[in-house]
Design a protein around this ligand. Sequence first.
Ligand code: HEM
Length: 133
Amino acid sequence: MSRPEEIQASYGRCLKNKDFIGRFYELLLARDERVARMFEHTNWTQQNRALRRGISIALTFAGGSNIVQRSMDEMADVHSRRGRAPVDPSWYVHWRESLLQAVRENDSRMNPELEQAWAEALKKTTDYFTERY
Ligand code: HEM
């Protein structure tokens, strides 16, 4: 079984590639043009930084720690019906698949167990956003 620290370590290896987050967004935007349209006016420098931190928060949350509860709630609010960037819950599969693909491409130590652990952690995050939609 992969522990939360192993996912964080995998994420650390991915971030060594400065294009990791950019690659994730490239994959995400290619999956659905409705998703791409949401980012038409986005400042990418800012957004890449926000997501890098967001993923770290999500992994900490998925690992069972509640020190990031407030940050998780803020991110969920941004993407809720009444938020600044509402995300239809059915789109989260694209987010998860794109991130998993970017991790596969960037972590040379990826293996089936670690991939499963990543998948579960990302699912916990998007399930939480969906609950608060
Ligand atoms: C298909 C899924 C998603 C879509 C389409 C989406 C879309 C967006 C958009 C359009 C913005 C605003 C960008 C701008 O300022 O122009 C945003 C911000 C953000 N998203 Fe997402 N998002 C998705 C999933 C997620 C998930 C699962 C996370 C969790 C880590 C996340 C974390 C963030 C953060 C941290 C911000 C910045 C919030 C801020 O500026 O305060 N997003 N997202």
